[in-house]
Write a protein that binds this ligand. Structure first.
Ligand code: ADP
Length: 488
């Protein structure tokens, strides 16, 4: 059965606040469904502003105790949490696939990635070093210390239901902050399952809270998070439009903000690229999660000399990808998250066709129905088409032909976004040259595999503010205090 007892133990349908499992004050609930078959998995609380306020107050009460522990004591708890996630990896992965649809192998990978943040930041918390600065007078001393920001809030999207919550919670908690998190309405179950393990790991009540809400509740919960003075910082991953709205809302109290927003990643294949490396990278950054990641290759630029070769290989790959329920171990492409996602993909494909692109394979909804879409390759795409300007977030690879390096870079940078860029070449000088000129927070050369807890993930331009992961990630949850001691 899809939900055996190991999964059932982690499947919760209440929110987790102040160490307790609770319904919404209103008593209302909304359904979480499996995108592969439309069936309801659970009904979780429709929380509103008052519920969010209560969770924020709980996080405020828990703060002094948690912040007052040694970093090493916090690290032991976070480390146990990571270990418990890995002990429950299979059950967490199944739950993730059930609510989000991605292939089970990808879910296992995501759970490991999610757990890695607790392990990594548990250690980084111990290294929140300050400074001693030579004084400006003989009778004073200057120290710089780092302190937890305080109570924080997080809002996360549905495409990585396990890793997005932990990528925010781990650095926050390691630094000594507490957190109230609102997971996406499509996928709250993975975040709630992580709370089950938080309890077992010994995370004290109020330190990590998860409030759930439907799409109608999200703006209300967001309003409370951005206007409640107890909250000192908001971390958001999601669309650029909502990120901008939250930034405006945070402006009133100048709340600190980290934003991981949309991308429009260019993927540039030069004539001298190794085509097998290119195909392997596209598995990772085009077909993974059925194209639903903010670092998915959104514009595939291919130089004229290698264009036909890449096209033919890509068509063969797309034809071979098995589409279906992610719990089937042979499946490589799951359903899209919801109907609106399929409609966006359809709009992009028809816009491209209307403007002269050709469908080499796919280009339609899949015969499995629901939100399944055929892996699709389009040729003759140009930079003016909708799919080149907006994130498609689906299994569509559109090929743009180019001739010169300058032309490729001009196209690549011609976007308000700047999260990830990829390029493929075997020329060392070009590796440096192109890497220098691409405007993005992440530049990958000859690989599509970039996500790791040890490196800084984040964007420039309208892709966001701040970094997650790595030694830089914990700084987002630390304030600097300058102490000047006189009369020495
Ligand atoms: P996506 O396109 O990935 O669904 P969204 O930005 O709409 O991107 O959603 C990301 C997260 O932001 C989700 O948890 C969603 O509920 C939340 N969200 C959406 N609108 C608002 C809002 N006005 N205020 C706060 N959170 C919001």
């Amino acid at each position: 059965a899809a939900i055996d007892e190991t999964v059932a133990r982690l499947l919760r349908s209440d929110a987790y606040v102040d160490g307790a499992w609770i319904p919404a004050a209103s008593g209302q609930r909304f359904a979480v469904t499996n995108p592969a078959d439309g069936k309801t998995l659970a009904e979780v609380p429709r929380m509103g502003r008052a519920d969010a306020a209560k969770a924020i107050e709980a996080a405020g009460r828990a703060l002094p105790g948690w912040r007052g522990m040694t970093a090493a004591a916090r690290a032991r708890i976070l480390r146990r949490w990571a270990d418990l996630m890995m002990e429950n990896q299979e059950a967490l992965a199944r739950l993730l696939t059930l609510e989000q649809g991605k292939p089970i192998a990808e879910s296992r990978g995501e759970v490991a990635y999610a757990a890695s943040f607790f392990e990594w930041f548990a250690e980084e918390g111990k290294r929140a070093y300050g400074d001693i600065i030579p004084p400006f007078r003989t009778d004073n001393r200057i120290l710089v210390t780092k302190e937890a920001v305080g109570v924080t809030a997080g809002i996360t999207p549905w495409n990585f239901p396990s890793a997005m919550p932990t990528r925010k919670a781990a650095p926050a908690l390691a630094a000594g902050c507490t957190m109230v998190l609102k997971p996406a309405e499509q996928t709250p179950l993975s975040a709630l399952a992580i709370c089950v393990l938080a309890e077992e790991a010994g995370v004290p009540p109020g330190v990590f809270n998860v409030v759930t809400g439907s799409e109608h509740d999200a703006p209300q919960i967001g309003l409370e998070m951005t206007s409640n003075p107890i909250v000192r910082k908001l971390g958001f991953t999601g669309s650029t439009a909502v990120g901008k709205l939250l930034m405006k809302q945070c402006a009133d109290q100048l709340k600190k903000l980290s934003l991981e927003l949309g991308g429009n990643a260019p993927f540039i294949v030069f004539d001298d690229a190794d085509p097998e490396v290119v195909m392997e990278a596209l598995m990772m950054c085009k077909w993974r999660n059925t194209g639903q990641t903010c670092i998915s290759a959104n514009r595939i630029l291919v130089q004229s000399g290698i264009y036909n070769d890449i096209r033919d290989r890509l068509v063969a790959v797309a034809e071979g990808l098995k589409v279906g329920n992610g719990l089937d171990p042979d499946v490589r492409q799951g359903p899209l998250i919801e109907r609106a996602a399929v409609e966006k993909v359809e709009r992009h494909v028809s816009d491209a066709q209307f403007r002269g692109a050709r469908v080499a394979v796919g280009g339609r909804r899949h015969r499995l129905g629901h939100t399944f879409y055929e892996p699709t390759v389009l040729t003759g795409v140009d930079p003016g088409m909708a799919m080149s300007c907006e994130e498609t977030f689906g299994p569509v690879a559109g090929l743009i032909r180019f001739d010169t390096e300058d032309e490729a870079i001009a196209i690549a940078n011609d976007t308000p976004y700047g999260l990830a860029s990829y390029f493929f070449t075997r020329d060392l000088a070009r590796t440096w040259r192109v890497g220098d000129r691409l405007e993005s927070g992440i530049v990958a050369t000859n690989t599509g595999f970039i996500s790791t807890e040890i490196a800084p993930f984040g964007g420039i331009k309208e892709s966001g503010i701040g970094r997650e992961g790595s030694k830089y990630g914990i700084e987002e949850f630390l304030e600097i205090k300058y102490r000047c001691i006189g009369g020495v």
